[in-house]
Structures are given as C-alpha cells and as structure tokens.
Design a protein around this ligand. Structure first.
Ligand SMILES: Nc1ncnc2c1ncn2[C@@H]1O[C@H](COP(=O)(O)OP(=O)(O)O)[C@@H](O)[C@H]1O
Ligand SMILES: [Mg+2]
Length: 239
C-alpha cells in the first residue's frame, strides 16, 4: 500500500487554485495538474504490478479459528514447549481420543490448551477447534450450545437430549474436530452432552484441562499430562 501516494490534499489545493481568478496562479495550476497526472500514472503501474502478483494466489484462505483460541500473547517456555509437543503427538495417535492437562490453578493450563488449539489448526491436524469453559458448576445445555455454535450450528431445542443429538450430528459431519473442555472440576458426562459417540466414531478428540487428576481418571482420559511450575526465572516474568 505504501506504493501509493496520497494526492487527496494536493488535488484539493488544485481545486482551490482553480477557484482563484488571479491569472498568475494559472501557471501553478498547470504545474500541479501535470505532477498529479504523473503520480496517477505511477499509481496505475503499481496497481498493475499488484494485480499481476495477486494472480499467483488462486485462493484466499480464512482461518476461522474461535477468538478464544487465538492466544496472541502466548509466551514460549522450554518446559511448556516440550509438553505441547508431547500433547500434539498424543493427539496425532489414532489410539488416543482424550487428553488432559492437569495441574493446580494458575499454572498455565488454559493458556497452553489454547496454544495447542491454535497449533493443531495451523498444522491442519484438525479441521475445526471448539472450546468451552466447563467450570465448577457446569451447565450441560450451555456447554452444548457453545460447542455447537463454534462449529457454526445454533441449537434451538431446549431439551438436553435433543440438543445432544444435534451436537452429535454436527460433530459427525466433520472429519476431525478438537473439542477443548477447559476447567473441568468433576467428571463430566460427555455422553449426555452428545460428544461421547462422536469420539467413539473418531469424528472428534477431546483436550481437557483440570485441577483434578481423579476426575480425569474417572472420565477414562487416556493420556494425562501434569503441568508443573515454571522455573523461578520464568515465573519472574508474570510477577
Ligand atoms: N505461556 C504463557 N504465556 C503467557 N502467559 C501465560 C503463559 N502461561 C500462563 N500464562 C499466564 O498465567 C496466568 C494463568 O494461566 P492460566 O492458563 O489461566 O492457568 P490455569 O488455566 O492453569 O489456571 C494467566 O494470566 C496466563 O495469561
Ligand atoms: Mg484455566
């Protein structure tokens, strides 16, 4: 865009000159118009060049990642990076459908889960990523609604079972969805939500974060990663 010069102000100057009856300004008018014409020519050449460059790109891709997952301020720490790599490996494994990040509050689980969501999309490991915060007192209908909406479907039904069926249908329409269930406090009934059968049928995988390893065991999460404290030096960045 810097290739273009703004000549809005200068054309206004030219208009003003045109309004002045004073003959001595006629010469300035001609000069200004001449230089504006030259610049217009240059701009046309620049536009032509850009149009030619644009022909090399046959498609414009939109990332369509939920805003919640776009963790722009993520800082890359070695310890977290190693774990992220391991989680990505686990998510690539056909035999693993459910993965959890466990650890005390404030340790960075949510941040890491969002970063993983961003990377799986970047690396095209999954077609879609949907995230919901489960919280201490989860509302199944809210979880169903949020996940479905992030996949572009509005659930109109009020009944939990009907919503579960609708969410299941939406999930199985996709080849691969990563569902991030953030902040799970107690075992969550993923069958009642409408997710369990979609996981069984390999349409989606689950990445959850929790403070409670036991809740993850009850949910039969196959791979649980313990998120530990960052080193003193790195913790200093947040204090
Ligand atoms: N890698 C990181 N980059 C930037 N900020 C981080 C990172 N890890 C943790 N944080 C910050 O630390 C705080 C706690 O992280 P969070 O992911 O919410 O923890 P948890 O989910 O385990 O409770 C947040 O303010 C978060 O932004
Ligand atoms: Mg959290």
């Amino acid at each position: 865009m810097t290739k273009f010069r703004s000549y809005k102000g200068r054309s206004r100057q030219c208009d003003d000159l045109l309004k002045t009856p004073n003959g001595s300004d006629k010469q300035s008018q001609v000069k200004l118009r001449y230089s504006l014409g030259k610049e217009a020519q240059k701009n046309i050449r620049a536009i032509d060049g850009l149009l030619r460059e644009g022909k090399d790109y046959d498609k414009v891709y939109s990332i369509k990642l939920p805003l919640e997952v776009r963790s722009s301020s993520y800082m890359n720490f070695d310890s977290q990076e190693l774990m992220i790599q391991d989680v990505l490996e686990a998510l690539k494994n056909d035999k693993i459908d459910m993965v959890a990040l466990c650890g005390m509050g404030g340790i960075g689980k949510t941040k890491m889960a969002k970063e993983i969501g961003r990377r799986v999309k970047d690396e095209s490991l999954f077609d879609k990523v949907a995230i919901t915060v489960v919280s201490q007192s989860p509302s199944l209908t809210k979880i169903q609604g949020e996940l479905a909406e992030m996949l572009g479907k509005r659930l109109d039904a009020e009944n939990e079972r009907v919503r579960a069926n609708e969410l299941y249908s939406r999930l199985t329409e996709e080849k691969k969805v990563l569902l991030i269930l953030d902040d799970v406090w107690k075992p969550l009934d993923i069958e009642a939500i409408g997710v369990y059968h979609a996981v069984q049928e390999k349409s989606c995988k689950i990445l959850l974060t929790s403070r409670d390893k036991e809740a993850c065991n009850v949910m039969r999460i196959q791979k649980i990663f313990s998120v530990g404290l960052l080193s003193e030096e790195k913790r200093g960045i947040f204090s």
